[in-house]
Ligand binder design. Structure first.
Ligand code: SAH
Length: 349
């Protein structure tokens, strides 16, 4: 199969169309159709010559991601979409209403092999990484479903985006391109379990995206129990890498912290976390851990969560409790899973 034409930057489209004897402005028209208007067929690109459209149809057929299922939350307007890819794999994306638009949570891989103990996406391991086109396809597919503008994108679905580095960076550049969907880089968040070399590399890309780091523990010993990646990178390497990211980009860091009863939610944990993050331009996002059927982890009650928050605040740490969205459709953090059939079973269908 030829690569999806959605992967191409405008300059790459110009090179491609030059081979067909077309002028550069044709590439810009094509780019606008694909990215600004999220077109699904060449037929609708009426300002392009018919011959060119037919040629492209033969050489680069468009395969927009197909929605195989849509689940709507009864509680909060969240929707979960299951998209099927060209090779039959199925991925999940989540649409959340935001103040003045829609926020889309995209997957970066089919499955995941980072092995975090509390996460459903990693239960069956990694199948493969997604292309930039497949990541864009999730945003464009959701955009086509409604009138509202997609204003924010979070790369927080299944997969580890920094393990799929090149495609993820291409995805971000396309998504924020002035000739394309024009989603501001400031409204894009990339969430990682903490791959140190890639965080340092990302700091050099001159992107203004927010880096969210999944921390979940105040020290290496506890982190290793929850996240195998902690065996590869110690906090004394991870935290300085985050600091470099802040220095290079000026973007305030986010640390995600899933609270698990008696594992990482005691007042001592809060004090140790505060000491770890002292002096960083950081914001902590507390997420009471979401239930995952195969995982026996307890979510602390609201008062425990509040206590943890207050303690961090006492030490001067900027902290919020993440609003839980889409939990009733298994669309919340850590609940996305690989298989379509399993999702069906989960919802009792
Ligand atoms: N691999 C990336 C992005 C995907 S996970 C990362 O690790 O950041 C997105 C976020 O959901 C991460 O912060 C992850 O730790 C969190 N998460 C995973 N399972 C969860 C669960 N059961 N409850 C709450 N948060 C969870």
């Amino acid at each position: 199969m030829p690569p999806s034409i959605l992967n191409f930057y405008p300059e790459e489209l110009r090179t491609l169309l030059a081979q067909y004897g077309e002028k550069p402005y044709r590439a810009d028209q094509l780019y606008a159709w694909l990215h600004e208007k999220a077109a699904v067929s060449y037929e609708e690109m009426t300002n392009l010559p018919k011959g060119l459209r037919e040629q492209l149809e033969r050489d680069y057929p468009l395969h927009p991601l197909r929605i195989v299922k849509e689940l709507r939350s009864r509680r909060d307007g969240t929707r979960k979409y299951l998209f099927s890819l060209g090779d039959g794999n199925v991925i999940e994306s989540v649409r959340m209403p935001y103040e003045h638009g829609i926020s889309v949570c995209v997957s970066s891989q089919v499955g995941c092999h980072m092995g975090c103990r509390f996460c459903a996406s990693t239960l069956d391991g990694l199948v493969r990484s997604l292309t930039a086109a497949e990541m864009l396809g999730q945003v464009y597919g959701i955009r086509r479903e409604g009138e509202e503008r997609v204003s924010h994108v979070v790369i927080m679905g299944s997969g580890e985006p920094l393990e799929n580095y090149e495609n993820t960076v291409r995805f971000i550049r396309q998504l924020s391109h002035p000739q394309g969907a024009q989603i501001s880089q400031r409204n894009i968040t990339l969430s990682t379990c903490g791959l140190v070399p890639e965080i340092l590399k990302l700091a050099e890309e001159e992107l203004a995206v927010t880096l969210a780091v999944s921390l979940h523990a105040p020290n290496d010993e506890k982190r290793k129990r929850l996240m195998p990646v902690a065996n590869r990178y110690a906090l004394r390497e991870l935290i300085p890498a985050c600091q470099v990211y802040f220095q290079k980009t000026g973007r305030r860091l986010t640390f995600e912290y899933a609270l698990i009863e008696n594992e990482n939610d005691t007042p001592e944990d809060a004090a140790e976390l505060a000491a770890l993050l002292k002096g960083l331009h950081a914001h902590v996002n507390l997420i009471p851990v979401n239930a995952v059927r195969e995982r026996n982890l307890r979510r602390p009650n609201a008062s425990r969560v509040m206590k943890f928050q207050k303690k961090l605040e006492k030490y001067g740490i900027n902290v919020t409790i993440r609003r839980e969205m889409g939990a009733d459709i298994s669309g919340a953090c850590g609940q996305l899973r690989k298989s379509y059939t399993e999702t069906d079973q989960e919802n009792g269908e």
